[in-house]
Design a protein around this ligand. Structure first.
Ligand SMILES: *[C@@H]1O[C@H](CO)[C@@H](O)[C@H](O)[C@H]1NC(C)=O
Ligand SMILES: *[C@@H]1O[C@H](CO)[C@@H](O)[C@H](O)[C@H]1NC(C)=O
Ligand SMILES: *[C@@H]1O[C@H](CO)[C@@H](O)[C@H](O)[C@H]1NC(C)=O
Ligand SMILES: *[C@@H]1O[C@H](CO)[C@@H](O)[C@H](O)[C@H]1NC(C)=O
Ligand SMILES: *[C@@H]1O[C@H](CO)[C@@H](O)[C@H](O)[C@H]1NC(C)=O
Ligand SMILES: *[C@@H]1O[C@H](CO)[C@@H](O)[C@H](O)[C@H]1NC(C)=O
Ligand SMILES: *[C@@H]1O[C@H](CO)[C@@H](O)[C@H](O)[C@H]1NC(C)=O
Ligand SMILES: *[C@@H]1O[C@H](CO)[C@@H](O)[C@H](O)[C@H]1NC(C)=O
Ligand SMILES: *[C@@H]1O[C@H](CO)[C@@H](O)[C@H](O)[C@H]1NC(C)=O
Ligand SMILES: [Cu+2]
Length: 622
């Protein structure tokens, strides 16, 4: 529903006694900006006297406090956030058979019984409280809130072996954190190969946008989908080739396989501008999104609003999000009022990950249908594809400029020390197999022994891949260089590939993203420092390198990993241990972690037949 169709309800809410569905009455607050009816979400709520300034013609404005101060698209959300409410959700992880593409998957692991799981919605400035109950018979679980800054709440980051033990069967973990950013993201399990089996859902934080729109869609997760268990498929990553390969593509939980299943369906009305939020929730596949005959106006990369730019196709890496606005304007090229929505992926010839059976076949690329009111019959769209090349490169860095760019200063750290090689580590088997890594050794965590309960340590098990980052907030930026494969005279050979690199607890500015080999002496001279793209997942080009900058302002142990589930499981991850001495003071108490670990250990002790860590662990744990 658009803003205007809601405006009567908005007025009623502003002047009535604002109902608030969490069951608590908050008479001192007003509820406004109600959006589409996601269960459990009743609109945004700010203190009495605050006014919404958001409308179809002014999406840049959000709220105005009684003094007239605006929170808008130009507000520095890193420093100043409106005063939201506490919002509580309950979710349960269960196992159930589903058939999203017509083929049954027996042991899908689901959030509240659905794939994708329910949208968790909040508003800029809110605090989310999410009770996550694990009802899986054979697995622990954790939930990671992808891209959420978690400033001062590292213990809510949801990474087993790092910030908590897995939540045991029957146990509940309560995540609580502040939403200082706004925009589109997702939440997913960080327990081994669990998210590709279904534990993933959109996370939507309402706030201003950098261009105007009339109506919005609920966020859509685009993903590759496996008919078999992802835990089973992961074996291929270790023992292959052949490597893990998905069976179909799902758009918002709908897909087709061998003529069965169905297309994603949505409607457009001429002249309306639609806000569409795209999330790449794949395990191994990079997609190019397009809609025949329509332009895409891109307004955000991950949680970062950008200066709008137009394109006909959008390359989205795993874990990345793009918010786009599409203006509906049917033309005579489609005689039956319907247009294809396409999610294409590159085949092996491009050097991209070839994650889906039948890559390049047309049927797989056409995954959705956009219909106009005059659409007729049950026939397929007759529209034709925009001309564009399929590749897995990032959108060009000179296009994705943040509304509030950072100006990156000299690094505090020694970038020679902090240059990491991501690749398939040749010459040595780790836990029985060749593996992907990014430090000297693949990550291998003990679920029962999270980093966060070892904060007195001065030395670390090398398999925890802990890197000490003891830098001061006031000292400016810290840089990280990541190369795809080994470089120069490295003694260890690592095989290069594309990797979507995700850092927890931070956004990173991209100082360089090059397809050419890194040279420690000459490459840094070409780093760029102004108007740089900023996000939380950055594509590392095959055989090239990226240089990233972040602010060391968030004490905690933050995972940095490849978001291809198979590579992360293999070991391609490290921990940025930021300001170790301040972690306990800056974050909340760890009682929940200690209790959760006791329950996990008790579950393990009685479930050795299901999972014996000594006998059965085969992946990094994440
Ligand atoms: C998780 O559950 C799957 C079955 O769905 C099983 O194959 C796998 O071994 C379990 N893994 C762990 C680490 O608990
Ligand atoms: C995605 O699927 C959900 C559940 O079926 C539905 O409520 C929602 O409207 C869909 N979103 C879009 C954009 O189609
Ligand atoms: C998702 O990311 C993967 C890996 O980067 C990529 O292969 C796939 O094409 C992406 N999907 C979309 C819809 O862009
Ligand atoms: C980009 O697309 C939007 C929405 O379709 C349109 O209003 C705008 O004029 C376009 N901008 C350019 C530079 O073409
Ligand atoms: C639907 O409307 C568009 C213009 O609004 C027109 O170009 C198209 O031919 C119409 N299609 C049908 C089936 O009437
Ligand atoms: C930076 O780190 C490298 C590699 O660890 C080391 O050889 C070099 O001496 C360091 N430079 C400075 C200025 O500390
Ligand atoms: C994992 O850590 C726990 C707790 O420190 C310890 O008891 C257990 O022996 C460790 N497991 C392995 C396989 O090292
Ligand atoms: C913490 O230090 C102890 C003692 O040196 C060591 O045994 C343990 O492995 C360390 N923990 C981690 C997670 O590295
Ligand atoms: C590799 O080592 C050789 C011999 O020591 C040296 O001449 C060359 O500069 C080194 N190359 C790089 C890229 O460091
Ligand atoms: Cu990877």
């Amino acid at each position: 529903m658009g803003f205007f169709s809601h405006s009567l309800a908005t007025v009623a809410l502003l002047f009535g006694s604002a109902p608030f569905t969490s069951g608590r009455s908050l008479p001192e607050r007003h509820t406004f900006i109600p959006r589409q009816a996601t269960p459990g979400f009743s609109g945004c709520s700010y203190p009495s006297g605050w006014q919404s300034c958001n409308s179809a013609d002014n999406r840049g404005c959000w709220v105005r406090d009684p003094s007239g101060k605006e929170y808008n698209i130009n507000s520095n959300y890193e420093a100043d956030v409106p005063s939201g409410i506490e919002r509580t959700y309950d979710i349960e992880i269960t196992e159930k058979e589903i058939s999203p593409d017509g083929v049954p998957k027996p042991l899908a692991k689901l959030i509240n019984g659905e794939y994708p799981g329910q949208v968790i919605e909040g508003c800029w400035g809110d605090t989310l409280i999410v009770n996550v109950k694990n009802s899986l018979p054979d697995n622990g679980t954790t939930i990671h809130w992808h891209g959420v800054r978690q400033k001062g709440s590292n213990e809510m980051d949801g990474v087993n072996g790092v910030t908590m033990c897995p939540t045991a069967e029957g146990d509940t973990f309560t995540y609580k954190f502040r939403l200082t950013q706004y925009g589109t993201s997702w939440y997913h399990s960080h327990y081994s190969s669990q998210y590709p089996d279904g534990v993933a859902a959109p996370l939507l934080i309402h706030g201003p946008n950098s261009a105007n729109w009339d109506e919005e869609w609920s966020p859509i997760i685009i993903t590759d989908w496996l008919h078999k268990s992802a835990f089973e498929e992961f074996h291929k990553e270790l023992a292959g080739p052949p490597l893990p390969i998905a069976d179909s593509i799902l758009v918002n939980g709908t897909g087709r396989f061998n003529g069965g299943g169905s297309y994603f369906n949505q409607k457009f009305e001429a002249g309306k501008r639609y806000l569409i939020r795209l999330i790449n929730g794949s395990a191994g596949t990079h997609f190019i999104f397009s809609i025949d005959n329509h332009n895409l106006q891109v307004i955000a990369t991950d949680f970062v609003p950008i200066r709008p730019y137009n394109t006909t196709s959008l390359s989205i890496g795993i874990g990345q999000r793009y918010d786009i606005i599409v203006e509906a304007k049917p033309d005579t090229e489609s005689a039956n009022g319907k247009y294809w929505l396409r999610t294409e992926f590159a085949d092996a010839t491009t050097g991209c990950n070839n994650g889906i059976a039948g890559a390049g076949t047309q049927d797989l690329q056409r995954t959705g249908i956009i219909s106009y009111p005059n659409a007729t019959g049950n026939d397929d769209p007759r529209s034709s594809r925009h001309a564009f090349t399929v590749h897995c490169n990032e959108e060009p860095g000179d296009k994705t400029i943040p509304i509030l760019p950072w100006t990156v200063s000299e690094p505090q750290n020694n970038i020679t020390r902090d240059t990491y090689r991501a690749g398939l580590h040749l010459g040595e088997r780790f836990h029985g197999f060749l593996r992907w890594d990014i430090t000297s050794t693949p990550m291998w965590l003990n679920f029962s022994d999270p980093t966060i309960l070892n904060l007195d340590n001065t030395t670390w098990n090398p398999e925890y891949a802990v890197i000490d980052y003891d830098y001061k907030d006031e000292g400016g930026f810290v840089y990280i260089v990541i190369t795809s494969g080994s470089i120069g005279n490295d003694t260890v050979t690592k095989i290069p590939s594309f990797h979507p690199i995700h850092l927890h607890g931070h956004d990173v500015a991209v100082l360089a993203q090059e397809p050419t080999a890194y040279d420690p002496t000459t490459s840094p001279a070409n780093f760029k420092f102004t108007d740089r793209p900023r996000r939380d997942v950055v594509m590392l080009p095959n055989g090239g390198f990226i240089a990233l900058a972040f602010k060391p302002d968030n004490p905690g142990s933050w995972l940095l990993h490849c978001h291809i589930a198979w590579h992360a499981g293999s070991g391609l991850a490290l921990q940025i241990l930021e300001r170790q001495g301040e972690i306990e003071g800056a974050n909340g108490p760890l009682d929940q972690q200690r209790q959760g670990c006791q329950k996990w250990d008790a579950w393990l002790a009685t479930h050795k037949d299901v999972f014996d860590p000594v006998e059965d662990q085969e992946d990094s744990g994440i």
